[in-house]
Ligand binder design. Sequence first.
Ligand code: ADP
Length: 620
Amino acid sequence: MTESTDPKLQWFNFLKIFTRALVQINLYKPDHPQVKQALDEGQAQLAQIAETLNGGEFSVTIDNDKLLVNGVPLVAADKLPNSLKNLYSKFRIQTITFAPGVTGDDLLALCQVQAFKGEAKAFLKERGVEKITLNESVYAKVDAGQTPGASAAAPTAAGGNAGAGEGAGAGTGAGQAPGEKIGDAISGQGLETALSTVVNRATHDAAEQRRIMEILTAKFKEEIVAEVKKALEVVHREKKKVENDMVRAESVMTSMADGVVVVDKDGKIIMMNPQAEAMSGKPLAELSGKKIVDLSQIENQVVSLAKEIKSENKADISKEVIKTGPADLAETVKKATTIIQNEDGKIVGAVSIPTDAAKMKQVEKLQQDFIATMTHELRSPLTSIKAALEIMSRDAVKEDSSRGILNTAIRNTERLNSIITDILDFSKLQSGKLIFHQENSDAAEVAKEAVESMKAWATSKGVNLSVTAGPQARPIYADKRRTVQVLINLISNAIKFTPQGGKIEVSADAGTEALEGFTFFSVKDNGCGMKKEDQGRIFEKFVQVASGEKVGGTGLGLAITKAMVVMQGGRITVDSEPGRGSTFRVGMPVYKGQGEQPVFEQTPEMTEAAKPWWKKLLGM
Ligand code: ADP
C-alpha cells in the first residue's frame, strides 16, 4: 500500500480497509488470512493517521446524514456502504474515536461488535479495548460550506461487496445538532426516525433509549392492530351484506320464468339468467362482455337498446325504436327494459327481459289457427242460410213484401260472407298459407269474369259497369282465380263509393306506364274519390278513409288486394281526386313461358322494397 501524507486520502483509505474488514469478519473466521490482512492494513493506516495528526485522536462521525472525520464533512451518508452505516445505526453510535496506538485486536473487536446483541461499549470493555471509544454525541458542529470536494472518492471507499440490499436502520438520521428545536428536527423525518430523535433527546443512556423505543414501538403496533381490526370488521360486515344481496339477486334472476339480460352502459352483457342463456343458445361465460346486439337470436327484440342506453340523457330513452322488426314486438321489449341509474342519475346499464321469440311465434300461431277455424265455422252456417233465403226468395210471390225483406237478408249474408272471406284471406296471408298457382291466363277473360260477377250488384245500385279488353292485353302469368278476386275487390269498392247514376269502367290493356312485361287492369269510377294524403294509406290494413257516405267493410280489402298482387310479382297504384272519382291500376307480369319457377322481370316492388313491404304489412 502506498503511503500518503494527504490526511483526507489517509482517512478514506482507512474507511475503505475498515469496511472491508467489517464485511470479511462476517464471512471468515478471525484468523483467516484475508481478515488478518485487512486488520493489519487498518492498524497500519491508523498509525499513519495518528502520525499525521501528531498524536491526536481520529474520529469518524455519522451525523445528520453526513460523514464527518474530525468534524470535517467528507461525504453524504447515503454514499456510504451499508455495513459501516449499520454499525452506527444498530448501536445508535454517532462517533467512533480512535486514539493513537490502536492494535489489530482492537480493530477485530470493533468489527466483531456488529454481530453482538448486547451493548457495544460493554463488549469493547470486556475485550479490553481502550483505544477505541464509541460516542453518541456529535463531535463538533461544522458548517456545510466546509465540506471538502472529496465526495467523488466516496464510492471507492465502500470496497468489497458490502451488503448492497441492507436497510440503513432506524437510528441513522436520529441525531440532531445541539440547540436545534426538537419540532424542527423531526418535522421532516419518518415516524421511526422521529421517535428515535425524541428518545435520544430524552436520555443519553443507550440501553434506556432502546427500551423506550421497544415500548413505544410495541404500543404503537398494538394500537394499529386494534384500529385495523376495527376497520376490517366494518369491511367484513359490508362484504357479507353485498354477498347476501348478490345471492338474493341471483336467485331471483334464476327463478324468473322469463329470460333476463343485464347490460352495462355500453350495452355489454354483465349477467344473464339460465332462461336467457337457453334463448341465446350460449352460456353467459361465452357471452359476457359481448354486445347484446351480437345475439342474433334476440337481436330483433333488443331493438337498439345499447344505442339508447349509451345516451346519458334519460329523455332519449323514450325515443322511437329504430331497430327493424315487428314494431309491436319492439314495443313489448322496450316496456320490458329497465334502465339502471347510479346515485347521480347517470345511466350505468339496463336490465332487459327479451321476449322469447319461440313463445311469441307459438302464440301467433294459436291466434291464426283460431281465426282460421272460427271464420270457417262461421261460413258454413252462413252458406246454408244464404241458400235457404235464396230458395225462399225464388218461391215468394213477386209482389209479396216479404220478398224485399228476403233480398235485404240475402245482401246482408253476402256482406257477412265477404267480411269472413277478407278475414280468412288475411289470416292465410299472415301465416303464409295463401298459395298462388300461377299459370298462363287470359287477361281479357279475367277482367270479364270479374265484371260479370259484380254486374248484378252494380245494376241494383244504378251504376253502369262496363268492360273493355283489347288484343293488346297480353296473357298474364297469374293465379286466375286470385286475380279475378283482386279485380272484384276493386270493383266492389268502386260500386260502394260511386253514387247512383255513376259509371265504372274496367279494362285490360298493355298500359302506358312504359313498363315492359306487364299487362294492366284498370278499374275507373267517377265516384266520391279521395284526398291525395289518404291515397298512400288505403293499402294499409284496417285503414278506412272518411269518404262522406257511411259504408261497411273491414279496411282489409285493399291490404289483401295489394298483397295478392305483389306476391304474384305485380304492382298496384291509385290515382284519385275528391269528387271526381278514382282509378286503380293493377300491373300483372306478362306470360313469357314461365315454368314452375316464376322468371318474370324484377320490378322495383318485387325487389328489396317489395318483399319487406308485405312482410311488414303482415307482421312476418
Ligand atoms: P273496406 O273493406 O273497408 O272498403 P278497403 O281496404 O277495401 O277497406 O278500402 C280502404 C278505404 O279506401 C275505404 O274505406 C275507402 O275510404 C277507400 N277507397 C277504396 N276504394 C275506393 C274508391 N274506389 N273510391 C273512393 N274511396 C275508396
